[in-house]
Every structure is written in C-alpha cells, then in structure tokens.
Design a binder for this molecule. Structure first.
Ligand SMILES: Nc1ncnc2c1ncn2[C@@H]1O[C@H](COP(=O)(O)OP(=O)(O)O)[C@@H](O)[C@H]1O
Ligand SMILES: [Mg+2]
Length: 317
C-alpha cells in the first residue's frame, strides 16, 4: 500500500454574521491505495474530496484518524511525505505572466532537481507543451493549463501524484487527452490518487475507487465490482403510470426506482428478464412509451447507496 488511511476526520468552523458554523467536511474516511494504481475518490460537490486529499497531502491536519503515506506516518513525518508526492490542486496554479518553461524550471529548482533545465524540457515534451513553452500563462487554453499544472506536480519525479478534479471544466477533447496522460503515468509506475465528480471519468480511469457522500465512504471497490454489486442490468422504461408499473414489476426485479419520468428496473439478467417484464405490463394494460436495456453504471451504485442520483447533485455525468 502506498497510502493507507483510517478514520480521517475534519470539521471546519467558520464565523459569519449569524455566529459560528461548523461543517463536518470529512467524517471518518478509510482508504487504501496500492502502489502503481489509479485510485479514485468519486463524489458530488461538497462531499469532502478536496478536504480528504489536502489532509493526505499534509496541507491541513486531520482532527482525527491516521495515515501512512509512502511508508511515512502522516502525523510524525509530514516533511518526508511531501518529498514523495506531487499535488495538483483543483484550481491548478498556473501564473498569468510567467511561461510554462519558467514555471516548471522554478518548481524543479524548489525541489532541488539535479538538472532543472533538462527536467523542464522532458516535462514539456511529455505533456505536449514544447510549442507553447515560452508563451505567458494567460495565453494558454484550459487544457494546456491543466497539463502545465500536472507537469509542475511531477517535475521532481514523485512516486505518488494527487490530482484534485483534474478535468473539471475541460471540453471533451481536452478531457480525453488528459485521460491519456494520466493513464501513461500509471504505465510509468506512478501511483495516482484522483478526485472527480464525473462518473465516466472514475469508470474509465480508476483501478479502484471510493464513492464519498457527505464526508463518508459509501462504497469501495473496482468499477466493475461496484456495478456488479448493484445489479447486472437496468431496464429503463417510460410509461404513463410509473407507480403502477413499479408495483407491477417489483416482484420480478431486484429493485425498482422512479427517476424523474423513467422507471428503472434492476435485474440480474436483462436479456432474459425483458419478455416477462413486458408481459406483466401488458397484463396491466400499461402501454410502453419507450424501453431500453443498459448495464448498471456507477450512478446506479451511487443511487443505491445514497438514494439520490449523482446527476441530480449538480455534478454532470
Ligand atoms: N476551509 C474551509 N472552511 C470551511 N468550510 C470548508 C472549508 N473547506 C471545505 N469546507 C466545506 O467542507 C465541505 C467539503 O468540502 P470539499 O472537501 O471542498 O468538498 P469537494 O471537494 O468534495 O467538493 C463543504 O461543505 C465545504 O463547504
Ligand atoms: Mg473539491
């Protein structure tokens, strides 16, 4: 394990006009990250992802709990941990007036890298930044800025990289490009802890993940384990009387759930259950408006564990 954390807890107190307010941002998070894997923390906004990562990155002190990171104790030896990790914050620090080359060189010097100029060139090449290496930061696109931010976190060659919501706000093309870079990190042996509120990102990138909600881990496993746990397949159907349809199909399914104007029916084996579902609806004279069969997604896992859809929490799918 490159990270093992137990019972991490953090409460913030803020003073406003109405007096002190406390927010239990993280309420006891356990996680174990294996060497060389991409580990995800998936959850909606406000779930406690950034706070968890900041605690593990030694940027804030947990109120309770313990962790060992790259062999060092979080409380006893934060300085040793800092040497072993790269941290890329959610906002990503790219200066407007400084060029990528200057910024990366500066970071290399701060980390006492043996040959800062060579390390910088290597990073610029690796992240496809050579062509824009000498342009001021403000002229870079969102995707380029994210790549500079990651290069800044990696220039000293840490075995462990923390990426807090690396692709938030990027367009699909830049997102896919960044995913490729993150996968390459794994191929080169870097362990990655990343947070995201995108279901498809967690699914596509993570070897294993935890799903967090309101400061707690609600599920843990590989994407396919988690999906299997919920159910094999989901039959989504639109009918006029969703409640009657739900009552009719419940005995034939593992679970049913009404999600807006769609009834979602969780079954083990969609292909074989479908005919009996259709027959039952017909017997109740419930005409179908539409029907589709899908594999369970991580959103179904979130829904099963929290009773809400991650899409409804304001996080895009
Ligand atoms: N420095 C802080 N002071 C007060 N409240 C905070 C602070 N940082 C985070 N919070 C609160 O803690 C909760 C979790 O925040 P955060 O860890 O940023 O969640 P996420 O990254 O999953 O969106 C939120 O309710 C947020 O408003
Ligand atoms: Mg965050």
């Amino acid at each position: 394990m490159i990270i093992s954390a137990e019972g991490l807890t953090k409460t913030f107190t803020t003073r406003g006009r109405k007096g002190a307010k406390t927010v239990e941002a993280v309420r006891g998070v356990d996680l174990e990250v294996k060497k060389g894997e991409i580990f995800g923390v998936l959850g909606p906004n406000g779930a406690g992802k950034t706070t968890t990562i900041r605690m593990l990155a030694t940027l804030i002190t947990p109120d309770a709990g313990k962790a060992t990171i790259a062999g060092h104790d979080l409380r006893k030896d934060p300085a040793a941990i800092r040497r072993e990790l790269g941290y890329v914050s959610q906002a990503g620090g790219v200066e407007d007036t400084v060029t990528p080359r200057q910024q990366i060189t500066m970071a290399a010097k701060i980390h006492a890298v043996a040959d800062p100029a060579a390390a910088t060139t290597a990073m610029l090449e690796r992240f496809d930044l050579s062509e824009i290496a000498d342009r001021p930061g403000r002229t870079l696109s969102g995707g380029q800025k994210r790549r500079v931010a990651i290069a800044l976190g990696l220039v000293h060659g840490p075995p462990l990289l923390f990426l807090d919501e690396p692709t938030t706000g990027l367009d699909p093309q830049n997102r896919a490009n960044l995913w490729d870079h993150i996968k390459t990190l794994r191929e080169q042996g870097t362990s990655v802890l990343l947070s995201t509120h995108y279901l498809d990102e967690a699914d596509a990138l993570c070897d294993r993940l935890v799903i967090v909600d309101h400061g707690l881990v609600v599920a843990e496993g590989t994407p396919s384990e988690l999906k299997r746990e919920v159910s094999g397949d989901v039959v989504s159907l639109r009918v006029d009387d969703l409640d009657l349809a739900s009552r009719t199909l419940a005995p034939l399914a593992r679970d049913t759930r009404i999600d807006d104007d769609v009834l979602r029916v969780y079954v083990d084996d969609g292909e074989h259950t479908l005919p009996s579902l259709l027959r039952a609806l017909e017997e109740q004279h419930l005409p179908l408006n539409s029907i589709s069969l899908e594999r369970a997604t991580l959103d179904d896992v979130f829904l099963a564990k929290t009773g809400r859809s991650l899409r409804d929490t304001g996080a895009a799918a």
